[in-house]
Design a binder for this molecule. Structure first.
Ligand code: PLP
Length: 458
């Protein structure tokens, strides 16, 4: 019944009253006067007001309905205002709003059970955080304490979060302004076949060369100094470029051989986004730590965490883990996580994401690539796709520089919004990342709007 009531919400129209319109305007003015926005010059900046949302749709300050093809930073995997999750939060709030991490709480215990039921291998323990960046910070801390080593290997073209260590581990240009006081972070070149750093022309060559490069980095940095390797299983913000066949298996083998903790960052790719519970499931690879956030409870209440292997758990059995957060395993967030995972099971959302990717999104984007010269490459899986836009297919010159924007990209984004779709755009990419339970006809609508908008870039 959850999905039915969701569908009803989605298709009901909003006619905003004069008071609602005024309230939206007032919110906008107060925001501009007092709210300091992230990753953003504060002026000139004209953020969109969102007053209401239902399923895959959001409603702006004028009551206009937009398909949320961004899932709010690839977060609302079950769509907005899912009735089962909203009532679970309400019930938990009525019972117990907050409790310190040292006490037992039923919502937290059940969330940990459901998460570890889904994680691969022996990742049977969960350290809860408030989001993805702090999950990565704690995973690195655990790896350093577990190995007694300091260095951390991380890929260029990656995103691991905005806090001090996480942003330094991140491999995109937004790191530069923050690039200080984080010792021991060493970046390596990822496998990224479309713009291969290794001059590869085939997938097999890319895998082999990227793994050789990684092994060279490990050897040259000194394996006995390297605590961890952190890698997004499918790098998200950096372009949803999935690993070539054999790459992750190779990363697992190298890290195991050199005693390096393999941290898979699944903050964006985890919890069904790729059509499996975790993206590593596509390759049957078991990392030592998996970091997660976002989709674990669709972002209804902030929650993240680290799933921990038995071996790393053993390190902390008899010695103190020096770290914690007041809101670790917050009852409202955990109740939302329990309801989210249950709703995803009951409504077959992970399978649906897989089907949408195979039957609708993938074929439609590939067909568009044949017609739009501005499309350099389309790639993805499940409800996790990127369209990489270029000025010229032969030179692959991006439509906006890595780390920047361009008038052409802004026009494409503007046209999508005008057409009724809220996209997730990053540099020279439009990401097609709708909620996993978006009805087929709404996904098709979003793709048609994208198709039309791309004519601007051709
Ligand atoms: N890791 C990855 C792969 C992400 O995509 C993100 C956020 O987009 C983060 C970490 C940081 O998560 P948060 O913003 O919850 O701190």
């Amino acid at each position: 019944e959850g999905s039915e009531s969701n569908a009803e919400l989605v298709h009901s129209e909003r006619a905003f009253s004069a008071e609602q319109l005024q309230a939206g305007q007032r919110a906008y003015e107060l925001d501009r006067a007092h709210v300091f926005h992230s990753w953003q010059a504060q002026r000139p900046f004209e953020p969109m007001t969102i007053v209401d949302a239902a399923g895959p749709y959001v409603f702006d300050g004028d009551g206009r309905k937009l398909l949320d093809m961004s899932s709010q930073l690839v977060n609302t995997n079950i769509g907005h205002q899912h009735p089962k999750v909203v009532s679970a939060i309400q019930e938990q709030a009525a019972k117990l709003c907050t409790i310190a991490p040292q006490h037992v709480n039923d919502a937290r215990s059940e969330a940990a059970r459901l998460i570890t039921e889904r994680t691969p291998g022996d990742l049977d323990h969960v350290f809860f955080t408030n989001g993805g960046a702090d999950a990565n910070e704690h995973a690195i801390r655990m790896a350093r304490l577990h190995t007694g080593r300091t260095k951390v290997l991380s890929a260029y073209r990656s995103y691991h979060g905005g806090t001090q260590l996480a942003v330094n581990v991140t491999g995109d240009p937004r790191r530069f302004a923050n690039d200080y006081s984080a010792e021991g972070i060493v970046h390596f070149m990822p496998a990224y076949q479309y713009r291969s750093y290794f001059g590869s022309t085939t997938e097999a060559e890319e895998t082999q060369r990227a793994l050789q490069h990684l092994e060279d980095m490990i050897t040259l940095e000194g394996p006995s100094n390297i605590a961890a390797l952190i890698l997004e299983t499918v790098p998200g913000t950096a372009g949803i470029y999935g690993p070539p066949a054999g790459y992750l298996e190779g990363v697992r083998e190298l890290t195991a051989r050199y005693g390096i903790v393999y941290i898979a960052d699944e903050v964006m790719a985890g919890f069904g986004r790729t059509g499996r519970w975790f993206a590593v499931d596509h390759w049957d690879v078991t990392p030592d730590l998996i970091t997660f956030a976002k989709g674990v409870n669709s972002g209804y209440v902030p929650l993240g965490g680290v799933a921990i292997s038995d071996a790393i758990f053993e390190t902390f059995r008899d010695c103190v883990y020096p770290g914690g957060l007041t809101y670790s395993g917050h009852p409202l967030a955990c109740a939302a996580a329990v309801a989210t995972m249950n709703a995803m099971d009951e409504e077959g959302m992970v399978e649906n994401a897989d089907r949408l990717g195979r039957d609708i999104i993938g074929p439609a984007l590939r067909e568009m690539a044949q017609r739009h010269p501005s499309i350099g490459e389309v790639r993805g899986m499940g409800c996790f796709w990127a369209v990489e836009l270029v000025k010229d297919r032969t030179t692959k010159e991006p439509l906006a520089a890595y780390g920047g924007s361009s008038p052409e990209m802004n026009q494409v984004i503007g046209a999508m919004k005008a057409g009724g779709v809220l996209p997730f755009a990053n540099f020279n990419r439009i990401h097609v990342v709708p909620p996993l339970n978006t009805p087929d006809e709404d996904v098709r609508f979003g793709l048609e709007v994208l198709d039309e908008a791309l004519t601007i870039a051709d």
